[in-house]
Design a binder for this molecule. Structure first.
Ligand code: GDP
Ligand code: MN
Length: 398
Protein backbone atom coordinates (compact mmCIF):
# COMPACT_ATOMS: atom_id res chain seq x y z
CA UNK A 1 0.00 0.00 0.00
CA UNK A 2 1.16 3.52 -0.81
CA UNK A 3 0.45 6.71 1.08
CA UNK A 4 0.75 10.39 0.19
CA UNK A 5 3.87 12.43 0.82
CA UNK A 6 2.21 14.52 3.56
CA UNK A 7 1.14 11.33 5.37
CA UNK A 8 4.62 9.84 5.01
CA UNK A 9 6.17 13.00 6.44
CA UNK A 10 3.73 13.02 9.35
CA UNK A 11 4.70 9.43 10.13
CA UNK A 12 8.43 10.16 9.89
CA UNK A 13 7.99 13.18 12.14
CA UNK A 14 6.66 10.81 14.82
CA UNK A 15 9.96 8.96 14.57
CA UNK A 16 11.94 12.15 15.07
CA UNK A 17 13.03 12.52 11.44
CA UNK A 18 13.73 16.11 10.43
CA UNK A 19 11.00 17.06 7.93
CA UNK A 20 9.90 20.59 7.03
CA UNK A 21 6.81 21.96 8.77
CA UNK A 22 3.79 21.54 6.56
CA UNK A 23 0.02 21.16 6.45
CA UNK A 24 -2.27 19.43 3.99
CA UNK A 25 -4.97 21.36 2.10
CA UNK A 26 -8.02 20.22 0.16
CA UNK A 27 -9.16 23.63 -1.08
CA UNK A 28 -7.78 27.00 -2.11
CA UNK A 29 -8.91 28.67 1.11
CA UNK A 30 -7.43 25.89 3.20
CA UNK A 31 -4.16 26.29 1.29
CA UNK A 32 -4.05 29.97 2.23
CA UNK A 33 -4.92 29.30 5.89
CA UNK A 34 -2.30 26.56 6.04
CA UNK A 35 0.31 28.92 4.64
CA UNK A 36 -0.67 31.59 7.21
CA UNK A 37 -0.39 29.08 10.05
CA UNK A 38 3.12 28.13 8.93
CA UNK A 39 4.01 31.82 9.21
CA UNK A 40 7.15 31.72 7.04
CA UNK A 41 8.19 34.02 4.16
CA UNK A 42 8.28 31.29 1.50
CA UNK A 43 6.18 28.14 1.15
CA UNK A 44 6.13 25.25 -1.31
CA UNK A 45 2.78 24.17 -2.77
CA UNK A 46 3.02 20.47 -3.60
CA UNK A 47 0.55 18.30 -5.49
CA UNK A 48 -0.24 15.12 -3.54
CA UNK A 49 -0.61 12.17 -5.90
CA UNK A 50 0.77 8.65 -5.61
CA UNK A 51 3.50 9.24 -8.16
CA UNK A 52 6.85 10.96 -8.37
CA UNK A 53 8.22 13.25 -11.04
CA UNK A 54 5.87 16.04 -9.92
CA UNK A 55 8.58 18.69 -9.89
CA UNK A 56 9.33 18.37 -13.62
CA UNK A 57 5.62 18.16 -14.44
CA UNK A 58 4.81 21.46 -12.66
CA UNK A 59 3.33 19.93 -9.50
CA UNK A 60 5.75 21.63 -7.09
CA UNK A 61 5.53 25.45 -6.82
CA UNK A 62 7.35 27.99 -4.70
CA UNK A 63 5.10 30.77 -3.38
CA UNK A 64 6.24 34.00 -1.74
CA UNK A 65 2.88 35.63 -1.00
CA UNK A 66 -0.63 34.49 0.04
CA UNK A 67 -1.84 35.60 -3.41
CA UNK A 68 0.67 33.25 -5.03
CA UNK A 69 -0.37 30.41 -2.71
CA UNK A 70 -3.98 30.92 -3.74
CA UNK A 71 -3.20 31.07 -7.43
CA UNK A 72 -1.00 27.95 -7.38
CA UNK A 73 -3.62 26.08 -5.33
CA UNK A 74 -6.28 27.18 -7.80
CA UNK A 75 -4.14 26.01 -10.70
CA UNK A 76 -3.27 22.63 -9.20
CA UNK A 77 -6.44 21.42 -7.48
CA UNK A 78 -8.58 19.37 -9.84
CA UNK A 79 -5.90 19.36 -12.53
CA UNK A 80 -4.71 16.10 -14.07
CA UNK A 81 -0.97 15.88 -13.56
CA UNK A 82 0.94 13.73 -16.02
CA UNK A 83 4.40 12.71 -14.85
CA UNK A 84 6.71 9.96 -16.12
CA UNK A 85 5.37 7.78 -13.31
CA UNK A 86 1.61 8.30 -13.77
CA UNK A 87 1.26 6.90 -17.28
CA UNK A 88 -0.25 9.01 -20.06
CA UNK A 89 -3.66 9.24 -18.35
CA UNK A 90 -2.17 11.13 -15.40
CA UNK A 91 -3.63 11.58 -11.92
CA UNK A 92 -6.12 14.13 -10.67
CA UNK A 93 -4.77 16.36 -7.89
CA UNK A 94 -7.20 16.36 -4.98
CA UNK A 95 -4.89 17.28 -2.13
CA UNK A 96 -2.00 19.66 -1.62
CA UNK A 97 0.81 19.89 0.87
CA UNK A 98 1.70 23.42 1.93
CA UNK A 99 5.18 23.37 3.32
CA UNK A 100 7.82 25.67 4.70
CA UNK A 101 10.39 26.19 1.93
CA UNK A 102 13.95 24.99 2.50
CA UNK A 103 17.11 26.69 1.31
CA UNK A 104 18.87 23.91 -0.53
CA UNK A 105 22.64 23.63 -0.74
CA UNK A 106 22.71 20.08 -2.11
CA UNK A 107 20.30 17.20 -2.84
CA UNK A 108 21.02 13.54 -2.01
CA UNK A 109 19.22 10.25 -2.55
CA UNK A 110 18.50 7.77 0.25
CA UNK A 111 16.24 4.72 0.31
CA UNK A 112 15.53 1.48 2.12
CA UNK A 113 14.11 -1.61 0.45
CA UNK A 114 13.76 -5.29 1.26
CA UNK A 115 16.29 -7.43 -0.59
CA UNK A 116 14.80 -10.89 -0.89
CA UNK A 117 17.97 -12.47 -2.25
CA UNK A 118 20.01 -11.76 0.88
CA UNK A 119 17.02 -11.54 3.24
CA UNK A 120 18.36 -8.15 4.29
CA UNK A 121 17.20 -4.60 4.16
CA UNK A 122 19.27 -2.53 1.77
CA UNK A 123 20.01 1.11 2.38
CA UNK A 124 20.87 2.80 -0.88
CA UNK A 125 22.41 6.25 -1.14
CA UNK A 126 23.80 8.64 -3.71
CA UNK A 127 25.06 12.19 -3.92
CA UNK A 128 23.04 12.47 -7.15
CA UNK A 129 19.74 13.35 -5.50
CA UNK A 130 16.62 15.01 -6.81
CA UNK A 131 16.92 13.25 -10.15
CA UNK A 132 15.72 9.83 -11.30
CA UNK A 133 17.78 7.22 -9.53
CA UNK A 134 17.21 4.88 -12.51
CA UNK A 135 19.22 7.27 -14.67
CA UNK A 136 22.01 7.47 -12.10
CA UNK A 137 22.06 3.65 -11.98
CA UNK A 138 22.29 3.47 -15.77
CA UNK A 139 24.81 6.27 -16.37
CA UNK A 140 26.97 6.53 -13.24
CA UNK A 141 26.41 3.34 -11.22
CA UNK A 142 29.62 4.05 -9.28
CA UNK A 143 27.74 6.89 -7.58
CA UNK A 144 25.26 4.54 -5.91
CA UNK A 145 26.23 2.97 -2.60
CA UNK A 146 24.59 0.12 -0.71
CA UNK A 147 24.62 -1.02 2.89
CA UNK A 148 23.12 -4.45 3.59
CA UNK A 149 21.40 -4.45 6.95
CA UNK A 150 20.81 -7.70 8.78
CA UNK A 151 17.37 -7.27 10.38
CA UNK A 152 18.53 -9.20 13.45
CA UNK A 153 21.27 -6.72 14.33
CA UNK A 154 19.76 -3.64 12.70
CA UNK A 155 21.50 -0.68 11.09
CA UNK A 156 24.89 -0.30 12.74
CA UNK A 157 26.24 3.19 13.40
CA UNK A 158 29.36 2.41 11.38
CA UNK A 159 27.23 1.51 8.34
CA UNK A 160 25.30 4.76 8.50
CA UNK A 161 28.53 6.69 8.95
CA UNK A 162 30.17 4.86 6.05
CA UNK A 163 27.17 5.76 3.86
CA UNK A 164 27.28 9.41 4.90
CA UNK A 165 30.95 9.65 3.90
CA UNK A 166 30.43 7.62 0.71
CA UNK A 167 27.83 10.05 -0.58
CA UNK A 168 30.01 13.02 0.38
CA UNK A 169 27.93 14.61 3.10
CA UNK A 170 30.13 17.45 4.39
CA UNK A 171 31.74 17.04 7.80
CA UNK A 172 29.46 19.41 9.81
CA UNK A 173 26.36 17.43 8.74
CA UNK A 174 27.63 13.85 9.06
CA UNK A 175 26.09 13.25 12.51
CA UNK A 176 22.76 14.65 11.37
CA UNK A 177 22.72 12.43 8.29
CA UNK A 178 23.53 9.36 10.41
CA UNK A 179 20.70 10.21 12.80
CA UNK A 180 18.24 10.53 9.93
CA UNK A 181 19.30 7.15 8.52
CA UNK A 182 18.86 5.48 11.91
CA UNK A 183 15.44 7.01 12.46
CA UNK A 184 14.28 6.09 8.98
CA UNK A 185 15.41 2.54 9.61
CA UNK A 186 13.45 2.43 12.90
CA UNK A 187 10.32 3.60 11.12
CA UNK A 188 10.88 1.05 8.34
CA UNK A 189 11.00 -1.83 10.84
CA UNK A 190 8.27 -0.61 13.18
CA UNK A 191 5.74 -0.06 10.39
CA UNK A 192 6.56 -3.13 8.26
CA UNK A 193 7.52 -1.05 5.24
CA UNK A 194 8.59 -2.53 1.95
CA UNK A 195 10.15 0.72 0.78
CA UNK A 196 11.10 4.15 2.07
CA UNK A 197 12.52 6.49 -0.55
CA UNK A 198 13.81 9.95 0.28
CA UNK A 199 14.53 11.86 -2.91
CA UNK A 200 15.82 14.36 -2.19
CA UNK A 201 17.35 14.33 1.23
CA UNK A 202 18.78 17.83 1.38
CA UNK A 203 21.60 19.70 2.97
CA UNK A 204 20.36 23.20 3.73
CA UNK A 205 22.41 26.38 3.61
CA UNK A 206 22.86 26.21 7.39
CA UNK A 207 24.11 22.58 7.14
CA UNK A 208 20.95 20.92 8.44
CA UNK A 209 19.78 17.65 6.87
CA UNK A 210 16.12 17.67 5.85
CA UNK A 211 13.83 15.05 4.30
CA UNK A 212 12.31 17.04 1.44
CA UNK A 213 10.33 14.27 -0.26
CA UNK A 214 9.20 10.92 1.12
CA UNK A 215 7.66 7.90 -0.51
CA UNK A 216 6.63 4.98 1.67
CA UNK A 217 5.23 1.59 0.67
CA UNK A 218 3.89 -0.89 3.21
CA UNK A 219 3.81 -4.65 3.09
CA UNK A 220 0.12 -5.43 2.51
CA UNK A 221 0.45 -8.74 4.33
CA UNK A 222 1.44 -6.93 7.52
CA UNK A 223 -1.24 -4.23 7.34
CA UNK A 224 -3.42 -6.11 9.83
CA UNK A 225 -0.84 -5.18 12.46
CA UNK A 226 -1.14 -1.47 11.67
CA UNK A 227 -4.73 -0.20 11.67
CA UNK A 228 -3.28 3.33 11.98
CA UNK A 229 -1.63 2.84 8.58
CA UNK A 230 -4.57 1.07 6.94
CA UNK A 231 -6.78 4.14 7.48
CA UNK A 232 -4.35 6.25 5.42
CA UNK A 233 -5.34 4.36 2.26
CA UNK A 234 -6.55 6.69 -0.50
CA UNK A 235 -8.75 4.51 -2.69
CA UNK A 236 -9.11 7.21 -5.34
CA UNK A 237 -5.40 6.64 -6.11
CA UNK A 238 -5.87 2.93 -6.76
CA UNK A 239 -6.92 1.10 -9.88
CA UNK A 240 -10.70 0.49 -9.60
CA UNK A 241 -10.37 -3.01 -11.08
CA UNK A 242 -7.62 -3.95 -8.66
CA UNK A 243 -9.75 -2.66 -5.79
CA UNK A 244 -12.81 -4.69 -6.81
CA UNK A 245 -10.70 -7.79 -7.36
CA UNK A 246 -9.08 -7.51 -3.93
CA UNK A 247 -12.54 -7.26 -2.35
CA UNK A 248 -13.48 -10.55 -4.07
CA UNK A 249 -10.30 -12.32 -2.97
CA UNK A 250 -8.75 -12.23 -6.44
CA UNK A 251 -5.15 -11.43 -7.14
CA UNK A 252 -5.40 -8.89 -9.98
CA UNK A 253 -2.80 -6.50 -11.38
CA UNK A 254 -3.68 -4.21 -14.28
CA UNK A 255 -0.98 -4.35 -16.96
CA UNK A 256 -2.59 -1.90 -19.36
CA UNK A 257 -2.92 -4.06 -22.51
CA UNK A 258 -6.00 -5.56 -24.16
CA UNK A 259 -5.56 -9.35 -23.89
CA UNK A 260 -7.03 -10.33 -20.53
CA UNK A 261 -6.21 -13.61 -18.85
CA UNK A 262 -7.55 -15.62 -15.99
CA UNK A 263 -5.25 -18.23 -14.52
CA UNK A 264 -4.90 -20.30 -11.37
CA UNK A 265 -1.61 -20.03 -9.55
CA UNK A 266 0.80 -17.10 -9.67
CA UNK A 267 3.50 -19.08 -11.51
CA UNK A 268 1.19 -20.16 -14.29
CA UNK A 269 -0.24 -16.63 -14.45
CA UNK A 270 3.25 -15.21 -14.99
CA UNK A 271 4.01 -17.83 -17.63
CA UNK A 272 0.72 -17.01 -19.35
CA UNK A 273 1.48 -13.29 -19.44
CA UNK A 274 4.91 -14.14 -20.91
CA UNK A 275 3.37 -16.38 -23.53
CA UNK A 276 0.83 -13.73 -24.59
CA UNK A 277 3.75 -11.34 -25.02
CA UNK A 278 5.67 -14.00 -26.96
CA UNK A 279 2.87 -14.21 -29.52
CA UNK A 280 2.78 -10.42 -29.86
CA UNK A 281 -0.12 -9.68 -27.50
CA UNK A 282 -0.31 -6.96 -24.86
CA UNK A 283 -1.55 -8.51 -21.60
CA UNK A 284 -4.36 -6.54 -19.95
CA UNK A 285 -3.71 -8.02 -16.55
CA UNK A 286 -2.22 -10.59 -14.27
CA UNK A 287 -5.01 -12.55 -12.59
CA UNK A 288 -4.57 -15.44 -10.22
CA UNK A 289 -7.99 -16.78 -9.20
CA UNK A 290 -6.42 -19.00 -6.57
CA UNK A 291 -7.16 -22.58 -5.74
CA UNK A 292 -10.66 -22.54 -4.28
CA UNK A 293 -12.54 -21.08 -7.21
CA UNK A 294 -16.28 -21.35 -6.88
CA UNK A 295 -18.28 -20.55 -10.03
CA UNK A 296 -19.44 -17.23 -8.50
CA UNK A 297 -15.82 -16.18 -8.03
CA UNK A 298 -15.03 -16.99 -11.65
CA UNK A 299 -18.05 -14.99 -12.78
CA UNK A 300 -16.85 -12.05 -10.67
CA UNK A 301 -13.41 -12.31 -12.27
CA UNK A 302 -15.07 -12.11 -15.71
CA UNK A 303 -17.03 -9.05 -14.71
CA UNK A 304 -13.85 -7.32 -13.56
CA UNK A 305 -11.92 -8.24 -16.71
CA UNK A 306 -14.76 -7.04 -18.93
CA UNK A 307 -15.46 -3.76 -17.13
CA UNK A 308 -14.32 -0.53 -18.71
CA UNK A 309 -13.90 -2.01 -22.20
CA UNK A 310 -10.16 -2.51 -21.78
CA UNK A 311 -10.12 -6.22 -22.69
CA UNK A 312 -10.63 -7.18 -26.32
CA UNK A 313 -10.33 -10.88 -25.55
CA UNK A 314 -9.86 -13.25 -22.62
CA UNK A 315 -7.59 -16.26 -22.27
CA UNK A 316 -8.64 -18.71 -19.57
CA UNK A 317 -5.72 -20.95 -18.68
CA UNK A 318 -6.47 -23.39 -15.88
CA UNK A 319 -4.50 -26.32 -14.63
CA UNK A 320 -6.94 -27.98 -12.28
CA UNK A 321 -5.57 -29.29 -9.00
CA UNK A 322 -7.48 -28.33 -5.89
CA UNK A 323 -9.15 -26.07 -8.39
CA UNK A 324 -11.69 -28.03 -10.44
CA UNK A 325 -12.17 -27.56 -14.17
CA UNK A 326 -15.92 -28.18 -13.88
CA UNK A 327 -16.22 -25.24 -11.47
CA UNK A 328 -14.30 -23.04 -13.87
CA UNK A 329 -16.61 -24.08 -16.72
CA UNK A 330 -19.69 -23.39 -14.58
CA UNK A 331 -18.24 -19.98 -13.73
CA UNK A 332 -17.79 -19.14 -17.42
CA UNK A 333 -21.41 -20.14 -18.10
CA UNK A 334 -22.58 -18.04 -15.17
CA UNK A 335 -20.47 -15.10 -16.33
CA UNK A 336 -22.15 -15.29 -19.74
CA UNK A 337 -25.51 -15.16 -17.96
CA UNK A 338 -24.54 -12.14 -15.94
CA UNK A 339 -22.71 -10.03 -18.51
CA UNK A 340 -24.75 -10.68 -21.66
CA UNK A 341 -28.26 -9.63 -22.52
CA UNK A 342 -29.26 -12.92 -24.13
CA UNK A 343 -27.64 -15.07 -21.43
CA UNK A 344 -25.39 -17.10 -23.69
CA UNK A 345 -22.81 -14.91 -25.29
CA UNK A 346 -19.79 -12.96 -24.18
CA UNK A 347 -18.89 -9.53 -25.59
CA UNK A 348 -15.32 -10.51 -26.47
CA UNK A 349 -13.77 -13.78 -27.66
CA UNK A 350 -12.76 -16.17 -24.90
CA UNK A 351 -10.24 -18.94 -25.43
CA UNK A 352 -10.36 -21.64 -22.76
CA UNK A 353 -7.62 -24.12 -22.04
CA UNK A 354 -8.53 -26.57 -19.30
CA UNK A 355 -6.36 -29.36 -18.00
CA UNK A 356 -6.22 -31.48 -14.85
CA UNK A 357 -8.78 -32.23 -12.18
CA UNK A 358 -12.33 -32.86 -13.56
CA UNK A 359 -11.28 -31.73 -17.00
CA UNK A 360 -13.70 -34.01 -18.89
CA UNK A 361 -16.64 -32.73 -16.82
CA UNK A 362 -15.51 -29.17 -17.46
CA UNK A 363 -15.27 -29.62 -21.22
CA UNK A 364 -18.65 -31.38 -21.16
CA UNK A 365 -20.27 -28.36 -19.51
CA UNK A 366 -18.83 -26.00 -22.14
CA UNK A 367 -19.96 -28.38 -24.93
CA UNK A 368 -23.49 -28.67 -23.54
CA UNK A 369 -23.97 -24.97 -22.86
CA UNK A 370 -22.78 -23.43 -26.07
CA UNK A 371 -21.83 -19.83 -25.52
CA UNK A 372 -21.15 -17.73 -28.56
CA UNK A 373 -17.57 -16.49 -28.63
CA UNK A 374 -16.06 -19.25 -26.45
CA UNK A 375 -13.36 -21.46 -28.00
CA UNK A 376 -11.71 -24.36 -26.27
CA UNK A 377 -8.11 -25.16 -26.93
CA UNK A 378 -6.02 -28.21 -26.01
CA UNK A 379 -2.72 -26.54 -25.14
CA UNK A 380 -1.53 -23.37 -23.49
CA UNK A 381 0.64 -22.41 -26.47
CA UNK A 382 -2.12 -22.83 -29.03
CA UNK A 383 -4.53 -20.98 -26.75
CA UNK A 384 -2.21 -18.01 -26.32
CA UNK A 385 -1.59 -17.86 -30.06
CA UNK A 386 -5.31 -18.04 -30.82
CA UNK A 387 -6.42 -15.32 -28.40
CA UNK A 388 -3.69 -12.95 -29.59
CA UNK A 389 -4.86 -13.51 -33.18
CA UNK A 390 -8.54 -12.99 -32.28
CA UNK A 391 -7.74 -9.76 -30.43
CA UNK A 392 -5.63 -8.51 -33.34
CA UNK A 393 -8.60 -9.16 -35.66
CA UNK A 394 -10.95 -7.33 -33.29
CA UNK A 395 -8.54 -4.39 -33.20
CA UNK A 396 -8.42 -4.22 -36.99
CA UNK A 397 -12.19 -4.08 -37.21
CA UNK A 398 -12.37 -1.06 -34.87
P1 GDP B 1 8.94 14.88 -7.14
O1 GDP B 1 9.38 15.63 -8.35
O2 GDP B 1 7.57 14.31 -7.29
O3 GDP B 1 9.92 13.84 -6.72
O4 GDP B 1 8.80 15.96 -5.96
P2 GDP B 1 9.88 16.49 -4.89
O5 GDP B 1 9.20 16.65 -3.61
O6 GDP B 1 11.10 15.62 -4.88
O7 GDP B 1 10.26 17.93 -5.43
C1 GDP B 1 10.91 18.10 -6.67
C2 GDP B 1 11.99 19.16 -6.58
O8 GDP B 1 11.43 20.40 -6.17
C3 GDP B 1 13.07 18.87 -5.56
O9 GDP B 1 14.07 18.01 -6.06
C4 GDP B 1 13.61 20.26 -5.27
O10 GDP B 1 14.58 20.61 -6.22
C5 GDP B 1 12.38 21.15 -5.47
N1 GDP B 1 11.88 21.55 -4.15
C6 GDP B 1 10.99 20.89 -3.36
N2 GDP B 1 10.82 21.49 -2.19
C7 GDP B 1 11.64 22.58 -2.18
C8 GDP B 1 11.97 23.62 -1.24
O11 GDP B 1 11.47 23.65 -0.10
N3 GDP B 1 12.86 24.57 -1.63
C9 GDP B 1 13.45 24.55 -2.85
N4 GDP B 1 14.31 25.51 -3.16
N5 GDP B 1 13.19 23.58 -3.76
C10 GDP B 1 12.30 22.60 -3.45
MN1 MN C 1 11.14 13.48 -5.20
Amino acid sequence: MNIHEYQAKQLLREYGVNVPNGLPALSVSEAVTSAEKLDVPVVVVKAQIHAGGRGKAGGVKIAKTPVEVASFAQELLGKTLVTHQTGPEGKVIERLLIEEASKIKKEYYLSFIVDRQTANIVMMGSEEGGVDIENVAAETPEKIFMEYIDPVTGLAAFQATRMAYAINIPEPAIRRAVTIMQKLYSAFIAKDCSQIEINPLVLTEDDKMVVLDAKINFDDSALYRHPEIAVLRDESEEDPKERKAAASGLNYVNLGGDVACMVNGAGLAMATVDMLKFYGGEPANFLDVGGDSEPEKIAKAFKIMLSGGQAKGIFVNIFGGINRCDNIAKGIVEAAHIVSKDGHSLPVPVVVRLEGSMVEEGREILRNTPIANVFTCPTMEKGAEQIVRLVAEAREKE
